[in-house]
Write a protein that binds this ligand. Structure first.
Ligand SMILES: [Zn+2]
Ligand SMILES: [Zn+2]
Length: 402
Protein backbone atom coordinates (compact mmCIF):
# COMPACT_ATOMS: atom_id res chain seq x y z
CA UNK A 1 0.00 0.00 0.00
CA UNK A 2 1.62 3.21 -1.18
CA UNK A 3 0.75 6.10 1.13
CA UNK A 4 2.01 9.53 2.20
CA UNK A 5 2.00 10.39 5.88
CA UNK A 6 3.39 12.97 8.29
CA UNK A 7 4.77 11.68 11.60
CA UNK A 8 4.68 13.68 14.81
CA UNK A 9 8.48 13.56 14.89
CA UNK A 10 9.48 16.64 16.87
CA UNK A 11 13.18 16.84 15.83
CA UNK A 12 12.28 16.55 12.14
CA UNK A 13 9.40 19.02 12.49
CA UNK A 14 11.70 21.56 14.13
CA UNK A 15 14.30 20.96 11.43
CA UNK A 16 11.79 21.58 8.60
CA UNK A 17 10.46 24.70 10.34
CA UNK A 18 14.00 26.06 10.63
CA UNK A 19 15.12 25.19 7.11
CA UNK A 20 12.01 25.78 4.96
CA UNK A 21 12.34 29.59 4.70
CA UNK A 22 15.46 29.04 2.59
CA UNK A 23 14.88 25.48 1.31
CA UNK A 24 11.18 24.76 0.90
CA UNK A 25 11.79 21.45 -0.88
CA UNK A 26 13.24 20.02 2.35
CA UNK A 27 9.77 18.50 2.85
CA UNK A 28 10.48 16.14 -0.06
CA UNK A 29 13.72 14.78 1.44
CA UNK A 30 14.38 11.98 3.97
CA UNK A 31 14.86 14.74 6.60
CA UNK A 32 11.13 15.56 6.49
CA UNK A 33 8.48 14.17 8.88
CA UNK A 34 6.48 13.54 5.67
CA UNK A 35 7.31 10.30 3.88
CA UNK A 36 6.12 8.48 0.76
CA UNK A 37 6.21 4.78 1.68
CA UNK A 38 4.99 1.38 0.49
CA UNK A 39 3.51 -0.39 3.56
CA UNK A 40 2.42 -4.02 3.73
CA UNK A 41 -1.40 -4.25 3.33
CA UNK A 42 -2.71 -3.93 6.94
CA UNK A 43 -5.27 -6.45 8.25
CA UNK A 44 -8.77 -5.17 9.10
CA UNK A 45 -8.46 -4.54 12.86
CA UNK A 46 -12.08 -5.35 13.79
CA UNK A 47 -15.40 -6.76 12.54
CA UNK A 48 -16.80 -3.30 11.65
CA UNK A 49 -13.77 -2.24 9.60
CA UNK A 50 -13.57 -1.67 5.85
CA UNK A 51 -10.81 -1.60 3.23
CA UNK A 52 -11.09 0.69 0.21
CA UNK A 53 -9.13 1.31 -3.01
CA UNK A 54 -8.84 4.98 -4.00
CA UNK A 55 -10.19 6.38 -7.28
CA UNK A 56 -9.49 10.12 -6.97
CA UNK A 57 -8.33 12.51 -4.24
CA UNK A 58 -7.98 16.28 -3.98
CA UNK A 59 -5.10 18.25 -2.52
CA UNK A 60 -6.39 20.49 0.29
CA UNK A 61 -4.70 23.46 1.97
CA UNK A 62 -4.93 21.57 5.26
CA UNK A 63 -2.89 18.69 3.77
CA UNK A 64 -0.28 21.22 2.70
CA UNK A 65 -0.24 22.79 6.19
CA UNK A 66 0.63 19.35 7.65
CA UNK A 67 3.19 18.63 4.94
CA UNK A 68 4.98 21.96 5.35
CA UNK A 69 4.77 21.82 9.19
CA UNK A 70 2.87 25.12 9.41
CA UNK A 71 1.40 24.31 12.85
CA UNK A 72 2.66 26.13 15.92
CA UNK A 73 2.98 23.74 18.92
CA UNK A 74 1.36 26.40 21.14
CA UNK A 75 -2.11 26.21 19.52
CA UNK A 76 -4.87 24.51 21.53
CA UNK A 77 -5.35 21.61 19.14
CA UNK A 78 -1.68 20.66 19.57
CA UNK A 79 -2.30 20.01 23.27
CA UNK A 80 -4.57 17.06 22.44
CA UNK A 81 -2.92 13.64 22.40
CA UNK A 82 -3.87 13.01 18.79
CA UNK A 83 -2.47 10.69 16.18
CA UNK A 84 1.20 9.96 16.02
CA UNK A 85 0.80 9.75 12.26
CA UNK A 86 -1.38 11.80 9.85
CA UNK A 87 -2.16 10.18 6.51
CA UNK A 88 -2.60 12.92 3.94
CA UNK A 89 -5.62 13.19 1.66
CA UNK A 90 -9.26 13.35 2.74
CA UNK A 91 -11.12 14.66 -0.36
CA UNK A 92 -11.22 11.12 -1.66
CA UNK A 93 -13.63 8.81 -3.47
CA UNK A 94 -12.84 5.10 -3.28
CA UNK A 95 -14.27 1.65 -3.96
CA UNK A 96 -14.93 -0.75 -1.09
CA UNK A 97 -12.80 -3.89 -1.60
CA UNK A 98 -13.23 -5.74 1.72
CA UNK A 99 -15.58 -5.56 4.71
CA UNK A 100 -15.52 -7.10 8.17
CA UNK A 101 -18.30 -9.55 9.18
CA UNK A 102 -20.33 -6.96 11.16
CA UNK A 103 -20.29 -4.15 8.58
CA UNK A 104 -23.80 -3.00 7.60
CA UNK A 105 -23.32 0.53 6.22
CA UNK A 106 -21.42 -0.35 3.01
CA UNK A 107 -20.88 -3.35 0.73
CA UNK A 108 -17.99 -4.49 -1.46
CA UNK A 109 -18.10 -2.53 -4.73
CA UNK A 110 -19.76 0.57 -3.22
CA UNK A 111 -18.15 3.92 -3.93
CA UNK A 112 -17.51 5.78 -0.68
CA UNK A 113 -16.20 9.12 0.55
CA UNK A 114 -13.99 9.63 3.55
CA UNK A 115 -16.37 11.36 5.95
CA UNK A 116 -14.94 12.01 9.42
CA UNK A 117 -11.70 10.04 9.54
CA UNK A 118 -9.27 12.84 8.70
CA UNK A 119 -10.65 14.78 11.68
CA UNK A 120 -9.79 12.00 14.14
CA UNK A 121 -11.70 9.51 16.23
CA UNK A 122 -15.21 9.98 17.62
CA UNK A 123 -17.62 8.03 19.83
CA UNK A 124 -18.85 5.93 16.89
CA UNK A 125 -15.48 5.05 15.39
CA UNK A 126 -14.24 4.06 18.87
CA UNK A 127 -17.43 2.01 19.44
CA UNK A 128 -18.05 3.70 22.81
CA UNK A 129 -21.19 2.55 24.62
CA UNK A 130 -22.21 6.06 25.65
CA UNK A 131 -21.92 8.75 23.00
CA UNK A 132 -21.13 12.38 23.81
CA UNK A 133 -23.64 15.18 23.14
CA UNK A 134 -21.87 16.25 19.92
CA UNK A 135 -21.95 12.77 18.40
CA UNK A 136 -25.55 12.35 19.60
CA UNK A 137 -26.37 15.47 17.55
CA UNK A 138 -24.44 14.18 14.51
CA UNK A 139 -21.54 16.62 14.91
CA UNK A 140 -18.90 13.87 14.95
CA UNK A 141 -16.04 16.21 14.18
CA UNK A 142 -16.72 18.05 17.46
CA UNK A 143 -16.64 14.81 19.49
CA UNK A 144 -15.79 15.34 23.17
CA UNK A 145 -14.23 11.86 23.35
CA UNK A 146 -11.99 12.38 20.29
CA UNK A 147 -8.81 12.12 22.34
CA UNK A 148 -9.68 9.06 24.46
CA UNK A 149 -7.52 6.87 22.23
CA UNK A 150 -9.76 3.78 22.42
CA UNK A 151 -9.70 1.14 19.72
CA UNK A 152 -7.68 0.87 16.51
CA UNK A 153 -7.08 3.62 13.94
CA UNK A 154 -7.18 3.33 10.17
CA UNK A 155 -4.06 2.98 8.04
CA UNK A 156 -3.52 4.86 4.77
CA UNK A 157 -5.22 7.96 3.40
CA UNK A 158 -6.46 9.63 0.25
CA UNK A 159 -2.97 10.23 -1.13
CA UNK A 160 -2.15 6.64 -1.96
CA UNK A 161 -3.58 3.32 -3.07
CA UNK A 162 -6.25 2.98 -0.39
CA UNK A 163 -6.94 2.88 3.33
CA UNK A 164 -8.76 1.11 6.15
CA UNK A 165 -11.54 2.80 8.12
CA UNK A 166 -14.26 2.09 10.63
CA UNK A 167 -17.53 1.85 8.69
CA UNK A 168 -18.90 4.93 10.48
CA UNK A 169 -16.04 7.04 9.08
CA UNK A 170 -17.27 6.56 5.51
CA UNK A 171 -20.15 8.05 3.50
CA UNK A 172 -21.72 6.29 0.53
CA UNK A 173 -21.55 8.13 -2.79
CA UNK A 174 -24.71 7.77 -4.89
CA UNK A 175 -24.25 6.14 -8.32
CA UNK A 176 -25.28 9.26 -10.28
CA UNK A 177 -22.35 11.27 -8.93
CA UNK A 178 -19.21 11.31 -11.10
CA UNK A 179 -15.85 10.62 -9.44
CA UNK A 180 -15.03 14.31 -9.94
CA UNK A 181 -18.22 15.41 -8.16
CA UNK A 182 -17.65 12.86 -5.41
CA UNK A 183 -14.09 14.07 -4.82
CA UNK A 184 -15.37 17.62 -4.46
CA UNK A 185 -18.17 16.78 -1.98
CA UNK A 186 -15.91 17.49 1.03
CA UNK A 187 -14.68 20.94 -0.10
CA UNK A 188 -18.23 21.78 -1.27
CA UNK A 189 -19.59 20.68 2.13
CA UNK A 190 -17.18 23.14 3.78
CA UNK A 191 -18.76 25.89 1.66
CA UNK A 192 -22.28 24.78 2.62
CA UNK A 193 -21.41 24.54 6.33
CA UNK A 194 -19.73 27.96 6.23
CA UNK A 195 -22.82 29.64 4.77
CA UNK A 196 -25.18 27.87 7.18
CA UNK A 197 -23.16 29.11 10.16
CA UNK A 198 -24.70 32.51 9.36
CA UNK A 199 -27.21 32.27 6.56
CA UNK A 200 -27.50 35.60 4.71
CA UNK A 201 -31.01 37.06 4.58
CA UNK A 202 -32.69 38.42 1.47
CA UNK A 203 -31.15 41.75 0.49
CA UNK A 204 -28.15 41.44 2.79
CA UNK A 205 -24.74 42.33 1.42
CA UNK A 206 -22.09 39.71 2.04
CA UNK A 207 -18.38 39.61 1.28
CA UNK A 208 -16.39 36.48 0.52
CA UNK A 209 -12.77 37.28 1.27
CA UNK A 210 -10.55 34.97 -0.78
CA UNK A 211 -11.50 33.01 -3.90
CA UNK A 212 -9.51 29.82 -3.50
CA UNK A 213 -11.55 26.62 -3.45
CA UNK A 214 -13.12 27.45 -0.06
CA UNK A 215 -14.13 30.96 -1.12
CA UNK A 216 -15.49 29.76 -4.46
CA UNK A 217 -17.55 27.09 -2.74
CA UNK A 218 -18.86 29.66 -0.24
CA UNK A 219 -19.92 31.84 -3.18
CA UNK A 220 -21.86 29.04 -4.85
CA UNK A 221 -23.32 27.76 -1.57
CA UNK A 222 -24.52 31.30 -0.75
CA UNK A 223 -26.05 31.58 -4.23
CA UNK A 224 -27.79 28.20 -3.71
CA UNK A 225 -28.98 28.67 -0.12
CA UNK A 226 -29.58 32.43 0.00
CA UNK A 227 -30.36 33.37 -3.62
CA UNK A 228 -31.53 36.90 -2.75
CA UNK A 229 -28.39 38.16 -1.03
CA UNK A 230 -25.83 40.39 -2.76
CA UNK A 231 -22.44 38.66 -3.03
CA UNK A 232 -19.12 40.49 -3.32
CA UNK A 233 -15.89 38.52 -3.58
CA UNK A 234 -12.22 39.38 -3.33
CA UNK A 235 -10.20 37.39 -5.87
CA UNK A 236 -6.50 37.56 -6.60
CA UNK A 237 -5.67 35.34 -9.58
CA UNK A 238 -7.31 35.44 -13.04
CA UNK A 239 -8.74 31.91 -12.74
CA UNK A 240 -10.31 32.91 -9.41
CA UNK A 241 -11.87 36.08 -10.86
CA UNK A 242 -13.40 34.14 -13.75
CA UNK A 243 -14.73 31.36 -11.53
CA UNK A 244 -16.11 33.71 -8.85
CA UNK A 245 -18.16 35.44 -11.56
CA UNK A 246 -19.35 32.14 -12.99
CA UNK A 247 -20.44 30.81 -9.60
CA UNK A 248 -22.61 33.79 -8.84
CA UNK A 249 -20.65 36.70 -7.32
CA UNK A 250 -22.40 40.00 -8.11
CA UNK A 251 -19.29 42.09 -7.66
CA UNK A 252 -15.64 41.04 -7.82
CA UNK A 253 -12.92 43.06 -6.13
CA UNK A 254 -9.53 42.41 -7.68
CA UNK A 255 -6.65 44.82 -7.41
CA UNK A 256 -8.83 47.54 -5.80
CA UNK A 257 -8.14 48.73 -2.24
CA UNK A 258 -10.40 46.61 -0.01
CA UNK A 259 -11.44 49.45 2.34
CA UNK A 260 -12.48 51.71 -0.56
CA UNK A 261 -14.27 48.83 -2.25
CA UNK A 262 -16.15 47.93 0.95
CA UNK A 263 -17.23 51.57 1.41
CA UNK A 264 -18.26 51.88 -2.24
CA UNK A 265 -20.32 48.67 -2.29
CA UNK A 266 -22.06 49.05 1.09
CA UNK A 267 -22.35 52.84 1.33
CA UNK A 268 -20.27 52.81 4.52
CA UNK A 269 -18.06 55.73 5.52
CA UNK A 270 -14.31 55.15 5.51
CA UNK A 271 -12.24 56.90 8.18
CA UNK A 272 -8.45 57.06 7.93
CA UNK A 273 -6.69 57.42 11.27
CA UNK A 274 -3.09 57.56 12.39
CA UNK A 275 -0.33 55.13 11.48
CA UNK A 276 -2.29 53.60 8.62
CA UNK A 277 -5.23 52.53 10.77
CA UNK A 278 -8.52 52.63 8.85
CA UNK A 279 -12.08 51.87 9.92
CA UNK A 280 -15.53 51.72 8.33
CA UNK A 281 -18.79 52.78 9.93
CA UNK A 282 -21.37 50.69 8.14
CA UNK A 283 -20.25 47.77 6.02
CA UNK A 284 -21.15 44.24 5.04
CA UNK A 285 -23.82 42.28 6.91
CA UNK A 286 -21.66 39.16 6.79
CA UNK A 287 -17.99 38.71 5.90
CA UNK A 288 -16.77 35.17 5.21
CA UNK A 289 -13.00 35.19 5.76
CA UNK A 290 -11.83 32.28 3.63
CA UNK A 291 -8.13 33.03 4.11
CA UNK A 292 -7.78 33.24 7.89
CA UNK A 293 -4.57 35.28 8.01
CA UNK A 294 -4.05 38.00 10.62
CA UNK A 295 -4.55 40.80 8.10
CA UNK A 296 -7.67 39.25 6.50
CA UNK A 297 -9.30 38.66 9.88
CA UNK A 298 -8.48 42.21 11.00
CA UNK A 299 -9.89 43.65 7.75
CA UNK A 300 -12.98 41.40 7.93
CA UNK A 301 -13.83 42.69 11.41
CA UNK A 302 -13.52 46.30 10.23
CA UNK A 303 -15.48 45.70 7.03
CA UNK A 304 -18.50 44.20 8.85
CA UNK A 305 -21.25 46.63 9.90
CA UNK A 306 -22.08 47.17 13.58
CA UNK A 307 -23.95 44.04 14.70
CA UNK A 308 -22.77 42.17 11.62
CA UNK A 309 -20.97 38.84 11.55
CA UNK A 310 -17.55 37.58 10.53
CA UNK A 311 -17.41 33.87 9.77
CA UNK A 312 -13.88 32.50 9.96
CA UNK A 313 -13.59 29.71 7.39
CA UNK A 314 -9.85 29.92 6.73
CA UNK A 315 -7.72 27.76 8.98
CA UNK A 316 -4.45 29.03 10.42
CA UNK A 317 -2.49 26.73 12.72
CA UNK A 318 -0.66 29.48 14.60
CA UNK A 319 -1.57 32.26 17.05
CA UNK A 320 -2.48 35.52 15.26
CA UNK A 321 -1.85 39.16 16.21
CA UNK A 322 -5.19 40.85 15.41
CA UNK A 323 -7.12 43.97 16.56
CA UNK A 324 -10.37 42.50 17.92
CA UNK A 325 -11.72 46.01 18.57
CA UNK A 326 -14.83 45.71 16.35
CA UNK A 327 -16.01 42.68 18.38
CA UNK A 328 -16.73 44.96 21.35
CA UNK A 329 -16.72 48.40 19.78
CA UNK A 330 -19.17 47.52 16.99
CA UNK A 331 -20.67 44.34 18.49
CA UNK A 332 -19.50 42.31 15.51
CA UNK A 333 -20.00 38.57 16.03
CA UNK A 334 -16.95 36.44 15.24
CA UNK A 335 -17.76 32.77 14.63
CA UNK A 336 -15.84 29.87 13.11
CA UNK A 337 -16.33 26.34 11.88
CA UNK A 338 -14.61 23.04 11.45
CA UNK A 339 -15.41 21.61 7.99
CA UNK A 340 -18.87 19.99 8.21
CA UNK A 341 -21.40 18.39 10.54
CA UNK A 342 -25.19 18.37 10.96
CA UNK A 343 -27.40 20.98 9.30
CA UNK A 344 -31.02 22.01 9.70
CA UNK A 345 -32.28 22.75 6.20
CA UNK A 346 -35.56 22.32 4.41
CA UNK A 347 -37.26 21.49 7.70
CA UNK A 348 -35.06 18.53 8.55
CA UNK A 349 -31.75 17.59 10.10
CA UNK A 350 -29.16 16.11 7.77
CA UNK A 351 -25.42 15.67 7.48
CA UNK A 352 -23.70 18.46 5.52
CA UNK A 353 -22.48 15.72 3.13
CA UNK A 354 -26.08 14.60 2.44
CA UNK A 355 -27.27 18.17 1.83
CA UNK A 356 -24.26 18.89 -0.40
CA UNK A 357 -24.88 15.77 -2.49
CA UNK A 358 -28.57 16.72 -2.85
CA UNK A 359 -27.60 20.24 -4.01
CA UNK A 360 -25.18 18.71 -6.56
CA UNK A 361 -27.91 16.39 -7.83
CA UNK A 362 -30.31 19.34 -8.16
CA UNK A 363 -27.71 21.30 -10.12
CA UNK A 364 -27.58 24.02 -7.45
CA UNK A 365 -23.88 23.36 -6.84
CA UNK A 366 -21.53 22.81 -9.78
CA UNK A 367 -18.01 21.55 -10.21
CA UNK A 368 -17.33 22.52 -13.83
CA UNK A 369 -13.89 24.05 -14.16
CA UNK A 370 -12.91 23.58 -10.51
CA UNK A 371 -10.56 20.64 -11.14
CA UNK A 372 -7.73 22.31 -13.07
CA UNK A 373 -4.95 19.71 -12.80
CA UNK A 374 -4.69 15.91 -12.47
CA UNK A 375 -1.61 13.89 -11.52
CA UNK A 376 -0.70 10.24 -10.96
CA UNK A 377 0.53 9.48 -7.44
CA UNK A 378 4.12 9.03 -8.64
CA UNK A 379 4.19 12.75 -9.55
CA UNK A 380 3.15 13.85 -6.06
CA UNK A 381 5.92 16.44 -5.71
CA UNK A 382 4.85 18.17 -8.93
CA UNK A 383 1.18 17.93 -7.88
CA UNK A 384 1.93 19.63 -4.57
CA UNK A 385 4.01 22.37 -6.16
CA UNK A 386 1.18 23.02 -8.65
CA UNK A 387 -1.43 23.19 -5.88
CA UNK A 388 0.70 25.59 -3.86
CA UNK A 389 1.54 28.12 -6.51
CA UNK A 390 -1.74 29.62 -7.76
CA UNK A 391 0.17 31.24 -10.64
CA UNK A 392 -0.06 27.73 -12.12
CA UNK A 393 -3.75 28.50 -12.74
CA UNK A 394 -4.66 25.94 -10.09
CA UNK A 395 -8.04 25.88 -8.39
CA UNK A 396 -8.29 22.21 -7.34
CA UNK A 397 -5.48 19.75 -8.07
CA UNK A 398 -6.35 16.05 -7.80
CA UNK A 399 -4.62 12.69 -7.86
CA UNK A 400 -6.34 10.46 -10.42
CA UNK A 401 -5.73 6.76 -9.72
CA UNK A 402 -8.20 5.23 -12.18
ZN1 LIG B 1 -10.28 19.62 2.53
ZN1 LIG C 1 -18.46 11.87 20.62
Amino acid sequence: MRTIYVDKNIPRMLLVKAVKPVWRNVVFTPLSPAQFVDLPEPPLPGPRWVRVANRMCGICASDLAFLYVDADPKIGAAALPGNQRFYLGHEVVSTVTEIGPDVTKVAVGDRVLMHTRFQGANCLSQELETVCRQCAAGNYILCENASLGRGPRGVGGGWGDGYTAHETELFRAPADLSDEQATLVEPLAVGVHTVLRRLPEAGERILVLGSGIVGLNVIQAARALAPDCHISAIARYPQQVAMAARLGADEIISGEDGYRAAARITGATLYEGMMGSRMLLGGFDVVFDCVGAAHTLQDSLRWARAGGTVVLAGVRLEPLHVDLGPVWYQEVDLIGLNSHGMETWGGREQQTFALTIALLQQGKLAIDGLITHRFPLAEWREAIRTAQDKRSGAIKVVFDYR
